[in-house]
Design a protein around this ligand. Structure first.
Ligand code: TYD
Ligand code: MG
Length: 453
């Protein structure tokens, strides 16, 4: 019998130690190191039969490698395809992370039910009956989706061989366990080993595999960081559970851009793609109420108009409060300091609250000018004229800085019926003709003068 070998792993970062330590020297967390059995056996490939003939890969000149365009698998979900960079790549491993209850299982089951391909949906979390109940809630028009409740990888591969699916979905990687390792499901070594087996399966059979991954309370995908290195694509499903909007982002993508963004709306009968995000994210109240401003942002390749709300009120306590949802508080503090210094606003004695509506978060710097406009509008209690939007970054000297893809932002604003857009004077505008009135500004003072002067 093979000698059982054990090692100590940090459950937080996945670092390996030869003996137990109280503090992980790699991530500095206390009490996260546990003993796990790493049983090294000679193991066969995911396909137990095929061990004898092994083709060995030969190095090729890059010009010799055939570049037949990889046929991507259309997931029939426009948003998902976009985030992946045009569909699933055969033989790729995609990890979908997100908080519990955000809708990961719903998203993948819904996709599985929409596809004409043969899909194997393996769940270690819900029974077949429970999945059937979920499937009945959402639109369901295929009979090609097989549901399997199983957590042992060896059994899963046996079923895969029987069903020969064209897409495999695993919900979730943390529930899987393999015979080759003795530690509990969800432990570092189990996750690492199961993922390695799945990768081998995906690459050898050229079947795409979608994995669901849980995230820890600080927002990282549970398990070792190495999991993210092993897979080809890491997607994150996020949003505020109290809002209907869900955002799909890609954090890593070997086959496409990571700047793309997919937006969904959660209904009682599943997720719906939001194809006109700008329209749903803007309320009609803008232009009538003080403290709201519209920003023309770009997320990935897609222009997105979003509404920013600010509330400025007198501070009750000595230290004024600054709070922001969907926007970086540090950036808010910086913008407030710029306003104080360059535009002479006495905001130090005011509480400032900022909110990006729809529960989405934005990190496009072009949102700065709209944030400032919303704050000024709330401070003065004067609404910003209807039909006005903003797209510019604000620098520390109070200068209005140019942003990229300004033409795209202008076109989107025009499409949604806006009449005026504030952009930086330094921005090169390539558009020959636009119905929008372009306000070219270079300093914060110009903006204040134009808006409230
Ligand atoms: P779920 O997919 O189970 O989340 P995850 O797998 O990420 O943990 O989604 C659960 C939530 O979604 C639950 O709070 C109910 C809601 N939901 C709907 O609003 N409509 C639906 O059609 C479904 C299936 C779920
Ligand atoms: Mg789930």
């Amino acid at each position: 019998m093979a000698k059982t070998k054990t090692a100590y792993f940090c459950q937080n970062c996945g670092a390996q130690f030869a003996k137990w330590v109280g503090q992980c020297s790699s991530c500095k967390q206390w009490n996260t190191v546990v003993e796990e059995v790493v049983q090294k056996e000679t193991k066969s490939s995911w396909k137990q039969t095929d061990t004898s003939v092994k083709r060995t890969a030969k190095p090729l000149r890059i010009s010799e490698i055939s570049n037949d365009k990889e046929v991507r698998l259309n997931t029939k979900d426009g948003e998902f395809n976009r985030v992946l960079g045009g569909g699933l790549v055969p033989g790729s491993l995609t990890l979908l992370g997100g908080e519990p209850g955000i809708g990961k299982s719903t998203l993948l089951l819904q996709m599985a039910l929409k596809l004409d391909l043969k899909v194997l949906y393996v769940s270690g979390e819900e029974s077949q009956k429970q999945i059937k109940m979920r499937a009945e809630r959402i639109e369901n028009n295929t009979d090609n989706c097989y549901i399997l409740t199983e957590t042992k990888t060896q059994h899963i591969f046996k079923q895969v061989a029987a069903v020969t699916p064209e897409l495999v979905i695993i919900d979730s990687i943390q529930t899987l366990h393999t015979d080759y390792i003795e530690s509990a499901a969800g432990s570092i070594s189990q996750i690492r080993e199961c993922t390695a087996e799945l990768i081998k399966f995906a690459k050898e059979s050229n079947t795409p595999v979608l994995l669901v991954g849980h995230i820890t309370k600080d927002g990282n995908i549970a398990g070792p960081k190495i999991l993210e290195h092993m897979v080809d694509t890491v997607l994150q499903f996020e949003g505020d559970r109290n809002y209907v909007y869900r955002i799909l982002r890609s954090l890593k993508n070997r086959f496409g851009s990571t700047a793309e963004l997919g937006i969904y709306e959660m209904f009682g009968n599943g997720l719906r793609e939001v194809t006109n995000p700008s329209e749903v994210l803007i309320s009609n109240a803008a232009g009538e109420l003080s403290g709201t401003a519209i920003s023309a942002t770009v997320e990935g390749m897609r222009p997105l108009l979003i509404e920013i709300q600010a509330l400025v009120s007198s501070a009750v306590y000595g230290t004024p409060q600054r709070s922001a949802t969907g926007f970086n508080v540090k950036r808010l503090n910086m913008l407030l300091a710029v306003l104080e210094k360059r535009a002479g606003f006495k905001l130090a004695a005011k509480d400032v609250f900022l909110n990006i509506t729809g529960g989405i978060s934005v990190d496009d710097p072009a949102i700065d000018l709209a944030v400032i406009a919303a704050i000024l509008s709330s401070n003065a209690d004067i609404p910003i004229e209807k039909g006005t939007c903003f797209a510019a970054e604000v620098g520390l000297a109070g200068e209005i800085r140019p942003v990229q893809r300004v033409d795209q932002r202008i076109l989107e604003a025009e499409k949604l019926g806006f009449s005026t857009i504030y952009v930086s004077k330094a921005n090169k505008i390539g558009l020959k003709h636009t119905n929008l009135e372009l306000k070219l500004v270079s300093k914060i003072e110009d903006v204040v003068g134009e808006l409230f002067g």
